[in-house]
Design a protein around this ligand. Sequence first.
Ligand code: ADP
Ligand code: MG
Length: 270
Amino acid sequence: ALQLPRPDERRIMTVANQKGGVGKTTSTVNLAAGLALHGLNVLVIDLDPQGNASTALGVDHRSGVPSVYEVLLGEIGVADAAQQSTQSENLWCVPATIDLAGSEIELVTMVAREGRLKEALNAEGVERLAPDYVFIDCPPSLGLLTVNALVAAREVLIPIQCEYYALEGLGQLLRNIELVQAHLNPALWVSTILLTMYDGRTKLADQVAAEVRGHFGELALRTVIPRSVKISEAPGFGQTVLTYDPGSRGSMSYLDAAREIAERGGRKGA
Ligand code: ADP
Ligand code: MG
């Protein structure tokens, strides 16, 4: 496979949008797999109690498996919970189990509750995995789990579905990001907007795409992810679309998006 540039420093990207079903998880696993396919080391942190990213990466996430829950509690390290994905040997995933479901409430009473994931990612054991990229897949809410993700990351990737009301609620997400920037993580920035589930046959998709580009300019990747049955089928086989149907448009588009992300780098204003 063609090599992609290895970043000078580890890129930690939080995939966030408090709306459900916009393609957070799908984008997380397929971008991660795309970068891994090009020889980069990638770590996915599944921060959604549904564990959909874990499923798509072929990683065990039954209740009781060492997971991101124990990592947040500080009981184990990231590398202790990380499992190698069936999808690539340099792709690892810290799974989420259903045990994470109660953690939004449990975290509230904890010390340094917003910085638990950051602390875990800064701990020494992570070096064993030497990740070039860390992707954090957020739940569809702006609670403490998402705040932990925003505090741990340098970059935010926002997937936007090319549908009605695509931009609705985005203001709330952006305000939350500004709050985290102001109080907890000054280095955080929205580096990447990814248009997902684009249906070229509809005018609406083009309108949404134009509106998003008008609003976010260069932050929006040139690559747009098409609506594709293959993309939605892949997780049912515990696979990314890159493995499930490598030649499909969905697979090619995620590879293109991964390449764009790698080539433009993670620096603000670069
Ligand atoms: P989120 O993580 O934001 O809730 P998902 O990534 O789980 O969203 O996507 C929601 C649903 O849409 C899933 O069933 C997924 O398989 C499907 N999906 C995501 N992207 C596409 C796409 N490009 N084409 C078709 N289906 C998609
Ligand atoms: Mg999801």
